[in-house]
Ligand binder design. Structure first.
Ligand code: ATP
Length: 350
């Protein structure tokens, strides 16, 4: 099982180091036979190779079973001098189209909830993946900008299918989030595609909510939702909201999955404000790795990886359940390294 680790920018190296300590312990304890290699992307790569993503590394990506990517500070990359958006490359060129973003309160929360946002990643308002050439975020005149969105039935149906499949393993409820009252065609097509796919899953209940109402619903009653399926931009915004409501962005695990390759990447960004200070919560990265193992368990017929993923999540929950072993974002005393060590001990004891 070949896993490529790319720590990324900002807090990336710190949270990756904690997550890798946990993964190595799990690998040893359960004899998973993982073959883990490390490489660099982002600013480290830019400094060394004048590009944030080298061509020879690009060539190696498709032959991996899984990729573990840290947060990347794309907004700060130079636009024309080697500044390749690593996340976008994986999403569009390797067709990692399904972003699975759970938002789950830690054990003991006063108001528990457990939902998953399933977000489409290859089109929508993201201008860098809308056109065969060029970019759909345009300046018509120096004072007039035009941003175009692409929505295809193919992409809407396959993301809906992933959401319904996921719901079948959970509470069998899907909520489609859209703005079809305004975008009658773009969001109308999305909604129509979701309803079409729903017919393949008669055991799953489908409802739909406007994206603005959804923001209010998430604050008012997040426990109402099971699986939420939505487009690229709405999903990005709502998943930050849901994660912060669950306690912290630092809890927010995420995978970007295609049909034959999957990448783990925490939901949050590179958080330059706390980088290098041992303050970041690595739970998001650890959970993302657990989600990747679960995906590999299902897609490579390796039930031992599915069991290992659950053991990793249980160990993480065990550490999060104790307020004295939480990181600062959750009001606890631990730094990034100490939190990683606590989860590692829990994995070894499990
Ligand atoms: P991007 O645009 O790349 O998503 P961003 O700048 O919008 O990134 P983040 O980097 O996600 O935002 O950070 C938003 C806030 O959340 C920051 O104040 C940061 O300190 C905090 N934060 C993000 N990740 C973590 C983490 N793992 N642990 C603790 N705090 C975090």
């Amino acid at each position: 099982m070949h896993i490529l680790v790319l720590p990324g920018d900002g807090i990336g190296p710190e949270i990756m180091s904690a997550a890798m300590q946990v993964l190595s312990a799990l690998d040893t304890r359960r004899d998973l036979g993982l073959s883990i290699t490390h490489d660099i992307v982002g600013f480290d790569s830019l400094a060394k190779y004048a590009t944030t993503l080298r061509p020879d590394l690009i060539e190696r990506l498709p032959s991996q079973d899984g990729i573990i990517l840290g947060p990347v500070d794309t907004a700060a990359y130079p636009e024309h001098e080697g500044g390749i958006n690593v996340s976008a490359y994986l999403r569009s060129r390797l067709d990692l189209y399904a972003n699975i973003r759970p938002a789950r309160t830690p054990p003991g929360a006063a108001r528990p909830f457990d939902l998953v946002i399933v977000r489409e990643l290859t089109e929508g308002f993201y201008a860098d993946r809308n056109m065969a050439e060029g970019n759909a975020d345009l300046m018509a005149t120096p004072d007039v900008a035009i941003s175009l969105r692409k929505v295809t039935r193919h992409a809407c149906e396959r993301i809906a299918r992933r959401a319904f499949e996921l719901a079948m393993t959970r509470d069998r409820r899907v909520t489609a989030v859209h703005k079809a009252n305004v975008f009658k065609r773009g969001d109308g097509l999305f909604l129509d595609a979701v309803r079409t796919v729903a017919r393949e899953f008669p055991e799953v209940t489908l409802d739909d909510v406007l994206v603005d109402a959804m923001a209010a619903w998430l604050v008012r009653a997040p426990e109402r939702f099971d699986v939420i399926v939505t487009g690229n931009l709405y999903g990005d915004i709502l998943s930050d909201l849901a994660s912060e409501l669950s306690g912290s962005l630092g809890l927010a695990g995420s995978i970007m999955a295609g049909d034959s390759l999957c990448a783990a990447q925490a939901q949050h960004g590179s958080a330059p404000d706390i980088a290098g200070q041992d303050k970041a919560n690595p739970a998001s990265m650890i959970l993302s790795v657990a989600l990747l193992l679960e995906w590999l368990g299902a897609h490579r017929a390796r039930p031992d990886l599915t069991t290992a993923a659950r053991a990793m999540t249980t160990a993480l929950d065990h550490v999060l359940a104790n307020p004295d072993t939480r990181t600062a974002d959750l009001g606890g005393p631990l730094g990034t390294t100490a939190f990683g060590e606590a989860v590692t001990l829990a994995v070894l004891a499990g």
